[in-house]
Ligand binder design. Structure first.
Ligand code: GLV
Ligand code: MN
Ligand code: MN
Length: 423
């Protein structure tokens, strides 16, 4: 079996098919001209139906699990053996690109299809999962799909509401899932011998280095907070400046503090901070704003630095709100520690990449990935593929067919190799 290799010409044809399928899924969106596909939406259902058909065509037995993940299984030499899991997500952010998550799922299906056509079976099964929710856009918690698989769903989450007032419970029912059965999506620990994910880098390093692929060493820790400054509304023309409880002054001074703090040597280049969501109430020209609510996304590979930074900016928010007679409150909505991937697996992946690509770089992921969920369960590895100028979470996401072809060759060689040297 060691002699079986995939040629670059074959891989290029497969890459074309992957890209064509990314285009097909890119048309399934809640808006006509942009890509937005949220968890438990009708577009999610539509995509699951299409991807399931592609999985079946690739020789897999398929099912949709109890939290909405679409799953396929290609049996090994013996029935019911543990599997290599290759996965990524099928949901998107709002106004997304075509490849974030989707490329990893569709490449994995293409790889299984190649094995199926060659009639190759291994000492392990291969499973592919298209995770239902990784971005967390609809309910504010990321990785709902992979958390379902690793049994880390929390019943209380069923009560979370989206911005239209629909609870997760109701959305599941609308999708045709029974919310009481979410636990059934959870898989046994020894179901998977390893987890592999191919993902676009979503950052600039491979593009700048003119390299197609790299092994990912780890993923940044991350906090998601919902923050609120509360003041008092009043008449824009009559309330003297000294009598106001204007949340905008408190917010803007706090934001400038955050900006200056992040530039200090101890934090500079070690932390990234984003306020991506913002609401002002009542949002009227001639009314002093009563409250502003915004999201805060903070990330770093260094957990201690991240915690210190968070503490400093929260303390300052309290201080500045006292000065402006406003109140500051916050809710921690999500936290993950930084993750460092399995070193042995990284070594094998690196060796495989170097067989095809002479030079590569070490890379940490600033973006979160479903691999975070699996890193605590089984040897987990990720490969990044270059995307043009590092652009992602943006409709201009772009990848080269030839890079996709190379990644398919790497994964196929890797799987054939480990079949002999069982992990
Ligand atoms: C997902 O893309 C994230 O990193 O937020
Ligand atoms: Mn994303
Ligand atoms: Mn992603």
């Amino acid at each position: 079996m060691n002699k079986i290799l995939i040629t670059f010409d074959e891989a290029k044809k497969m890459a074309k098919s992957v890209m064509k399928r990314c285009n097909i899924l890119g048309k399934i969106s809640e808006n006509k001209n942009i890509i937005t596909r949220l968890y438990l939406s009708k577009e999610h259902k539509h995509v699951n139906i299409i991807v399931e058909k592609w999985m079946q065509k690739a020789g897999m037995k398929t099912w949709q699990d109890e939290v909405g993940n679409i799953c396929g299984r290609y049996e090994g030499n013996t029935l019911n053996s543990s599997a290599i899991l290759m996965a990524s997500h099928l949901d998107t952010v709002k106004n997304a690109g075509k490849y974030d998550g989707i490329l990893g799922v569709l490449s994995s299906i293409e790889i299984v299809h190649w094995f199926h056509k060659k009639n190759l079976r291994f000492n392990f099964a291969i499973e592919v999962i298209g995770f239902a929710d990784e971005e967390g856009v609809r309910f504010g918690i990321p990785f709902l799909g992979s958390k379902g698989i690793i049994g880390e769903w929390i019943k209380d989450w069923l009560n979370i509401i989206d911005n239209k007032g629909i609870s997760l419970k109701r959305a599941m029912e609308g999708f045709g899932l029974n919310p009481n059965f979410f636990n059934k999506a959870s898989r046994a620990k020894d179901d998977f011998i390893t987890y592999l994910e191919l993902h676009i880098e979503q950052g600039p390093y491979l593009y700048l280095e003119k390299l197609p692929l790299a092994v990912v060493k780890g993923i940044n820790g991350m906090y998601h907070l919902e923050c609120k400054f509360i003041g008092e509304s009043g008449h824009a023309g009559t309330v003297p400046m000294s009598c106001r409880k204007d949340v905008f002054f408190a917010f803007s001074e706090w934001l400038m503090f955050l900006r200056k703090n992040i530039q200090k040597e101890k934090y500079s280049k070690k932390i990234v901070s984003t306020i991506g969501k913002f609401n002002c109430f009542p949002n009227v020209t001639n009314v002093i704003p009563e409250s502003i609510v915004f999201s805060l996304d903070l990330r770093s590979i260094d957990n201690i630095i991240l915690d210190n930074f968070l503490e400093e900016i929260l303390n300052y928010a309290k201080k500045i709100s006292y000065f402006y007679k406003t109140t500051f409150i916050y809710k921690k909505k999500y936290h993950s520690f930084s993750v460092f991937f399995d070193e042995k697996l990284q070594e094998i992946l690196l060796k495989t990449i170097k067989y095809f690509q002479k030079r590569t770089i070490e890379i940490y992921s600033g973006a979160g990935h479903d691999a975070i969920s699996f890193a605590k369960r089984c040897p987990t590895g990720m490969i990044f593929i270059r995307c043009k100028k590092g652009i992602s979470h943006n409709p201009n996401e772009s990848v080269l067919d030839t890079d996709v072809a190379l990644s398919l060759q790497v994964f196929i060689k890797f799987i054939i190799n480990i079949n002999q040297n069982f992990l």
